[in-house]
Design a protein around this ligand. Structure first.
Ligand code: AMO
Length: 441
């Protein structure tokens, strides 16, 4: 590997020979002196070259010619002398160029800039990702995921990797991708739902998974992708969905604390967002009550007995912020009619489930629930939803061989990062977005 000094580390080695490498951000070609701003993934530094081919005794200056030919985005490596100089605005450091090695020339005009349309930026995603804001998004996500994993491991959860090729649906049949599988067909997993539940009769107790999920959902909204990273957890020995919410909020607090500590200031500088680490408990409001609050606020939810639509989510979020000072709200006790068959229903009132959606800064990030673990009830609920219990035999068997009461949740990683950073779309935060009309790059 070629040794080079990262821009971030330059301050540790002032006044000495250095080798830096990065992309040309700007070139200022002045009469007597040339300046380059060079950027790598850690920051930017100014390079300087006093021309020798001008003045009273001009001599040949091949470096000046090299610099004049440089274009934005070229990757180059420079050897030179580092000098601390307070007058230099960019970090108070400057590298006086000794030699320039151009690894590859860029197009004269960059095909994409920060102001290009999101579609154009996705076409040129590798150049778009080179921008410092995009680099920060990727680092925030890395730190967030790391903190979640650490929290789970510290709390005795086991990491599982469930298959993404399946023989049947795990959520709705409507959003299922079918793929050829030798002489037969398979489906891409919409969620690890059944397999994370399998860990409960398997005696794992508490599990988690961070992995892709696939939905053949033709929507073009800012929050839907056909492939997304689902953050899942499932655990035994719970009394109700209240226990699931407690795990969920502790996990999020751990993730957001780590992001705040490491990147809080950088996030404010890059995105103008001052996010707060929440404290537990997050407010919990039953869905019926949410519908009433939203209606009182003058908004009619399109389907009165259906799920909240994006506008209703935005409004309840605003109301919770104003009345409880919280960016998060658990909307609980969803109607059985709009929940899957595997959600457990309330003992006294079978029309509502022991489930919740978690809304953060105006949009849903998660669904969670206690699961129905009594096999006869589960079969009844499946039939009620028009499902054929025979097709669910492998799943129903879990419940015939001793399964503890359990529950869990699934959370969309890209949605959390988008809402945390106040970005307009999950396309901004997904490394390579997949949507109904995007399979490339
Ligand atoms: P649900 O279908 O609500 O629940 O999905 C859970 C969370 O995953 C995210 N999500 C998506 N993100 C991007 N694009 C999509 N098309 C997309 N679909 C869903 C959302 C959503 O809140 N098995 C249950 C979870 C559980 O009960 O454990 C499930 O999949 O942030």
């Amino acid at each position: 590997m070629t040794e080079r000094t990262l821009v971030q580390k330059l301050a540790d080695t002032p006044d000495g020979p250095v080798r830096v490498a990065g992309w040309v951000e700007t070139v200022r070609d002045q009469k007597k002196v040339q300046f380059i701003v060079l950027r790598d993934e850690t920051g930017a530094v100014q390079l300087v070259h006093p021309r020798t081919d001008v003045g009273e005794n001009p001599v040949d200056d091949p470096i000046a010619a090299q610099i004049s030919a440089l274009t934005h985005g070229t990757f180059l490596s420079v050897e030179g002398e580092l000098k601390a100089d307070e007058r230099v605005k960019l970090g108070g450091l400057e590298v006086k160029i000794g030699s320039v090695d151009v690894a590859g020339a860029a197009f004269p005009e960059p095909p994409v800039t920060a102001d290009s349309s999101i579609d154009k930026r996705l076409d040129w995603r590798f150049l778009d990702l080179r921008r410092p804001e995009q680099n920060l998004i990727a680092r925030v996500q890395t730190t967030f995921e790391h903190a979640l994993r650490t929290w789970w491991i510290d709390n005795d959860f086991i990491e599982i990797h469930t298959p993404k090729l399946m023989a049947s649906a795990s959520e709705s049949r409507a959003e299922l991708f079918e793929v050829g599988y030798f002489e037969t067909k398979a489906y891409l997993a919409q969620s690890p739902q059944f397999f994370k539940q399998m860990a409960q009769p398997a005696g794992f107790g508490k599990v988690f998974e961070i992995a892709p999920a696939f939905r053949a959902d033709p929507s073009f909204t800012s929050r839907h992708a056909t492939e997304f990273i689902s953050v899942d957890s499932e655990f035994s020995w719970i009394d109700s969905h209240e226990d699931v919410m407690q795990v969920h909020e502790q996990l999020l607090i751990a993730g957001l604390t780590a992001v705040k500590e490491k990147y809080g200031e950088a996030i404010t500088a890059a995105f103008g967002v001052e996010f707060e680490v929440p404290t537990a408990p997050f407010p919990r409001i039953p869905l019926a009550e949410v519908r009433r609050i939203v209606a009182e606020g003058g908004y009619e939810i399109p389907r009165a007995d259906g799920d909240l639509d994006p506008e209703a989510e935005r409004r309840i979020s605003e109301w919770v912020k104003a009345n409880h000072g919280s960016d998060f709200v658990f909307v609980t006790d969803y109607d059985s009619s709009i929940r899957p068959f595997y959600h457990q229903r309330h003992e006294g009132d079978g029309s509502i489930t022991k489930s919740y959606d978690l809304i953060y800064n105006g949009a849903e990030i998660s669904t969670g629930a206690q699961r129905e673990h009594r096999v006869d009830v589960l079969i009844e609920q499946a039939k009620e939803k028009g499902l054929d219990p025979e097709e669910l035999e492998f799943y129903l068997d879990f419940f015939r061989h001793g399964v503890p009461p359990h529950g869990g949740f699934g959370m969309g990683l890209a949605r959390v990062i988008m809402l945390l950073l106040g970005l307009p779309s999950i396309r901004e935060v997904i490394y390579l977005f997949r949507g109904p009309n995007r399979l490339e790059p």
